[in-house]
Design a protein around this ligand. Structure first.
Ligand code: 5GP
Ligand code: ZN
Length: 140
């Protein structure tokens, strides 16, 4: 796509700090560096979000994740953890609409990145959980 930032990075029209590439995916440093080594993995094929992933795109992205994760761990021995984040649609904080996976290393000395998942289980009965699961199951 001509007006897509990440397609333009792939074409070399916009510079990037490449860390990994194969026939299907490209990985480069995120320009914001939420933490040191914050990397994006993108499919070379332009797809907006996870809802457009084909099984082949999913396979290639999933194959690249542990490769890049292990490279990060080796590059930064002080890395104590890693968040893997994929935002889909604006409500979920997606801002670039060429699907991408964030790999965000975690270090003990950094406290300005909070990724919290608060439990809301007080709002759910087991009947509600059963109904929610059944509803999702019915969609396959
Ligand atoms: P999202 O919010 O869509 O999950 O993440 C988009 C990410 O793309 C952001 O973290 C942002 O910093 C990164 N980004 C946006 N424009 C550029 C760019 O031109 N180069 C690089 N390397 N990253 C970018
Ligand atoms: Zn694109």
């Amino acid at each position: 796509m001509t007006d897509c930032i990440f397609c333009n990075i792939l074409k070399g029209n916009i510079p990037s700090y490449k860390v990994y590439e194969d026939d299907f995916v490209f990985a480069f440093l995120d320009i914001t560096q939420v933490t040191k080594g914050h990397t994006l993995i993108i499919p070379k094929e332009h797809v907006k979000d996870v809802f457009e992933w084909t099984p082949s795109i999913a396979t290639h992205l999933a194959t690249a994740i542990p490769k890049v994760a292990n490279a990060l761990q080796k590059a930064f021995p002080d890395m104590q953890g890693l968040n893997i984040v994929n935002n889909n649609k604006e409500l979920a904080y997606q801002s670039v609409f060429h699907s991408h996976i964030h790999l965000i290393p975690r270090y003990t000395n950094e406290d300005d990145f909070a990724l919290t998942m608060r439990s809301n289980m007080d709002d759910y009965t087991s009947d509600m959980m059963q109904e929610i699961a059944q509803n999702i199951k019915n969609q396959f």
